[in-house]
Design a protein around this ligand. Structure first.
Ligand code: ADP
Length: 183
């Protein structure tokens, strides 16, 4: 079971991914978390990624590929995984397809969590991570619209996409995601 949680920054992918991974008994891969850990530990990948993460830009696809390859083990492919924050570009989506084909795995479903921009900005300002400054948030939303949102069509054409409403209690949103996965 390979599930992609999709949506703009601040829609709740990270929160939902943790709960889903627990409920479904599968792994969770957050590229954002992986980059923050690599930056904290000042690994080579972390050093390459830090300027991009700090300014709300996408980390270049080659660096993303390195961190994903490190994180996706044979077990992840065999037992399942919730992908959170990856893929974010067409190149990343194609790289994922190649990895899955090589492992004989398939994307189960892509769940798009929809939240309006005003709610996103309010949520992220409240979260207050170092890249949650209003100017950087707006930049991340622009990057999402330009680079990532086009993947909605990419997955829609493959009939892999379900959009759910991301407004409401964490548990309610989780129930919507679970029914989208089971449908
Ligand atoms: P959010 O979705 O709230 O922006 P994330 O933790 O998913 O938070 O991502 C934080 C930052 O990490 C992004 O702004 C970007 O710099 C970097 N990042 C995470 N995943 C990717 C990815 N798949 N491709 C490129 N950059 C990424």
């Amino acid at each position: 079971m390979i599930i992609i949680l999709f949506g703009a920054p601040g829609v709740g992918k990270g929160t939902q991914a943790v709960i889903l991974a627990e409920k479904l008994g599968v792994a969770h891969l957050s590229t954002g978390d992986a980059f923050r850990a690599a930056i904290k530990n000042q690994t080579p990948v972390g050093q390459m990624a830090q300027e991009y993460v700090a300014s709300g830009k996408l980390v270049p696809d080659e660096i993303v590929a390195k961190i994903v390859e490190e994180a996706m083990t044979n077990e992840t492919f065999a037992n399942g995984c919730i992908l959170d924050g990856f893929p974010r570009t067409r190149t990343q989506a194609e790289a994922l397809e190649q990895m899955l084909t090589a492992k004989g795995a398939d994307i189960t479903t892509v769940v798009n969590i929809a939240v309006d921009d005003d709610t996103i900005i309010a949520r992220l300002l409240q979260r207050g991570r170092s890249d949650d400054r209003e100017d950087i948030i707006r930049h991340r939303l622009n990057v999402y619209n330009d680079e990532t949102a086009p993947l909605l069509d990419f997955y829609g054409q493959k009939s892999l996409l379900t959009t759910i409403d991301g407004i409401g209690d964490v548990e309610d949103v989780n129930a919507r995601i679970l029914s989208a996965i089971k449908a």
